[in-house]
Design a protein around this ligand. Structure first.
Ligand code: P6P
Length: 334
């Protein structure tokens, strides 16, 4: 396959679909460049004095890892001056981050989880950066949190970088899903997959099985039926994977199919699961749907959910369409 760069791909997409204005192309390239810098910092590990926890907690009440903060700062500093953004929001920051007055304000909003799966940093397991791009509401003078509270269907781009044996950037601008592998010698993103497709069926599921005693009935039924294997109602054996790094689990599903689940459970019936809607579930749902998969909160399409707060959580079922439809059906029967 002729290898093309991220820049060439974005310019060709612009010609083909006319839905990637220069400002959006610039934004995506700046974020991709920031992910290269994060990959470099992550790759240093103990040599870079970047492992371990910082003496701080984020808005989620989670102890921040040094690399969480470093990655967040890299994304803020890379995106402040470009003139393509009106504001940013991050898992690591309680409120939105407006563009400093000394820089021009643009028409896009950028949301990100700067380093997802950070509990895996110190044990050298794949982690990643997730990002989502929205258009700022027309005529907005001073950005506020309300401007960000748009359903995931309004995203104009979304992507993630997975920092694993390879560093891979996965991107959608609404015209399918493309993957780019970081050529470390050249420092460039090189297209290595033009059209990711998630198989509609699978034999592999991902859930944190240690929570099984807390699951509600629809999830219990769905997982029990898979665990019953060939002699059970599904009439086939299933495999289970759980990396506890959403980016790594989703990347596996994008690559070979599967279903990823982080359900609400009885531990806190008012808490709809652990993952965040705006900068984890929405971008991943956009990517998964663009690759032919499905993504729901057990009841409805994640991309249809009207957000009410920046850091709200949501239950997540995403991946191979027939499996997501089945477990969602169980919820809607209940
Ligand atoms: P648990 C990482 O902390 C994260 O937000 C996701 O990346 C991951 O899928 C999930 O939490 C893991 O949660 O409860 O299994 O540790």
């Amino acid at each position: 396959m002729k290898r093309i760069s991220l820049t060439q791909h974005l310019i060709e997409e612009q010609r083909l679909h006319n839905n990637i204005p220069a400002e959006l192309r610039l934004l995506i390239e700046v974020v991709a460049r920031a992910c290269k810098t994060i990959s470099h910092a992550v790759g240093k590990g103990a040599l870079g004095e970047v492992l371990g926890s910082a003496d701080s907690e984020n808005v989620q009440g989670e102890v921040q890892k040094k690399l969480d903060i470093i990655s967040n700062d890299i994304l803020l500093q890379a995106n402040e001056w470009g003139g393509h953004l009106a504001a940013m929001a991050s898992e690591e920051m309680e409120t939105i981050h407006p563009i400093p007055n000394r820089y021009p304000m643009g028409e896009y909003l950028l949301l990100f989880d700067p380093l997802d799966g950070s509990s895996n940093i110190d044990v050298n397991v794949s982690i990643g950066t997730i990002f989502s791009v929205l258009k700022a509401p027309a005529g907005m003078s001073a950005p506020n949190e309300q401007a960000f509270l748009q359903p995931g269907s309004q995203q104009v781009a979304a992507g993630y970088a997975v920092y694993g044996p390879q560093t891979v950037l996965v991107l959608t601008t609404g015209n399918g899903v493309q993957s780019f592998t970081l050529d470390r010698e050249m420092g460039s993103w090189v297209m290595t997959q033009r059209e990711a497709k998630i198989p509609e069926d699978t034999k592999e599921y991902a859930i944190n099985a240690s929570n099984a005693r807390h699951w509600f009935a629809p999830v219990q039924r769905y997982v029990d039926e898979m665990n019953a294997g060939k002699t059970g109602p599904r009439a086939k054996d299933f495999n289970m994977r759980w990396i506890a790094s959403m980016v790594a689990d989703v990347h596996r599903i994008l690559t070979r199919g599967g279903i990823f689940m982080y359900p609400a459970d009885a531990r806190d019936p008012d808490k709809p699961g652990k993952l965040r809607l705006m900068y984890e579930a929405n971008p991943m749902a956009f990517i998964v749907e663009q690759a032919g998969g499905a993504a729901t909160n057990g009841k409805e399409r994640i991309l249809d959910i009207q957000p009410t707060s920046l850091h709200q959580r949501v239950a997540v079922f995403l991946g191979s369409k027939n499996e997501v439809d089945l477990v969602t059906g169980y919820h809607n029967e209940a």
